[in-house]
Design a protein around this ligand. Structure first.
Ligand code: NAI
Ligand code: MG
Length: 360
């Protein structure tokens, strides 16, 4: 099989970390016999907007539809294009129109990266946060009434479909099955949100019933956030609605000290559309152009991409694990970019990781 990958570096440091992502992914693909066909696009960028007046060409969907995955850098250059236009004109279109309903983010402690939580050792925290990525609280149903009067009211509905809810829960339980601890925590707030969240809990109980081999619990979002800080080692897979998952997927990596290193996957698990893999960070205009950005988030996202693409063959999991092992080793003993306290360039850190992937 040849896997077709659309490469969109985007803006700012996206353009600096993407070559290192490709270097690592290509090294792992070579080592484990995975054939990739890479196609680079210069759109979904603010430069493209400056030249054409739009973020993407009219036929962007046709150009990407035949791809197996999208490897994405970062979008945004507020000096040229307001952020809501660059984001809604690219990334959010991909998520919605390619039905990438799973947003997956790992959070792990690593040697060489200091967790802001006291006494957290490498390997102590190892969780996967599964965020619903297409519905829930982020609907556009609502409006403002009696505007400008003392009676002004604003409402915005949360919209949960049975299909949308069941599929994200099912994904989380399937994922837990592949992990050592086989545990799912379901985020809820059914004590306060009295219609949608008890319904969400009922869907969770139904889906959980079909996975007798996976242990699970549900926790209200407030205490769940507290436990991310106080007892993060107890979490394995955590599944949440769009809003709760948005919060948890920043909090989890923050607890491990890796928010600047964090990768993410936006998945359409059925593979009806390409899935998208991107670092959590943005285009970092403040450091762009100096070749000092940390390439780990881009490289780690590439590892998730290989794992997803070749699911079932084993090669992608091996490639993923080899990339993560190389990242761990370089985080532990360098070279390090400035954000980690070192003075290596983006290229040097990327090359060191790629060398470990090839040599092992
Ligand atoms: P940002 O993530 O670009 O930068 C935040 C801070 O972290 C900056 O000080 C930056 O220098 C640092 N940083 C980020 N990535 C780094 C890396 N790899 N190595 C070392 N330091 C790093 O977020 P910010 O400044 O809020 O947004 C800048 C632009 O990026 C905006 O246009 C925004 O809309 C866009 N953005 C795009 C995202 C995406 O493409 N998914 C996500 C977040 C922001
Ligand atoms: Mg967020």
């Amino acid at each position: 099989t040849t896997y077709k990958i659309a490469v969109l570096a985007g803006d700012g440091i996206g353009k600096e970390v993407m070559p290192e992502g490709l270097r690592a992914v290509s090294a792992a693909a070579r080592r484990f016999g995975i054939t990739l066909e890479l196609t680079e696009f210069d759109w979904a960028s603010c430069d493209y907007y400056a030249a054409t007046g739009g973020m993407m060409p009219e036929d962007w969907k046709a150009q990407l539809s035949g791809m197996d995955a999208i490897y994405f850098g970062a979008v945004g250059w507020p000096a040229i294009v307001p952020d809501h236009i660059s984001l809604w004109g690219s990334l959010l279109k991909f998520r919605r129109e390619f039905d990438q309903y799973i947003n997956l983010r790992p959070a792990q402690t690593f040697e060489g990266v200091r967790s802001p939580l006291a006494g957290r050792a490498a390997g102590d925290i190892d969780m996967m946060i599964v965020r619903e990525n297409t519905e829930g609280e982020y609907s556009s149903v609502g409006g403002i009434m009696y505007e400008g009067t003392p009676h002004e009211i604003v409402m915005q509905q949360a919209v949960f479909s049975r299909r949308g809810t069941e599929r994200v829960l099912k994904y989380a339980f399937e994922l837990a099955r592949t992990r050592a601890r086989k545990h799912v925590t379901v985020a809820t707030k059914s004590n306060g949100i009295s219609i949608s969240m008890p319904w969400w809990d009922a869907r969770a109980a139904e889906v959980a019933g079909t996975y007798p081999d996976v242990a699970w619990d549900k926790q209200h979002i407030d205490i769940l956030c507290a436990r991310f800080v106080l007892q993060p080692q107890r979490f394995d897979v955590v599944v949440a609605s769009n809003l709760f998952g948005d919060i948890l997927s920043d909090l989890g990596p923050a607890c491990t000290g890796t928010i600047g290193l964090a990768p993410s996957a936006n998945l359409n698990p059925e593979r009806n559309f390409p899935s998208l893999f991107e670092p959590v960070h943005g285009s970092a205009p403040d450091i762009y152009g100096k070749n000092i950005a940390n390439p780990v988030a881009m490289i780690w996202s590439g590892a998730m991409m290989l794992d997803f693409l070749t699911k079932g063959s084993g090669a992608g999991r091996q490639a993923h694990d080899a990339i993560v092992a190389a990242i761990k080793s370089v985080l532990a003993s360098g070279p390090h970019t400035g954000d980690l306290g070192g003075n290596a360039s983006t290229t040097e850190m990327g090359q060191a990781i790629a060398r470990l992937i090839s040599d092992a």
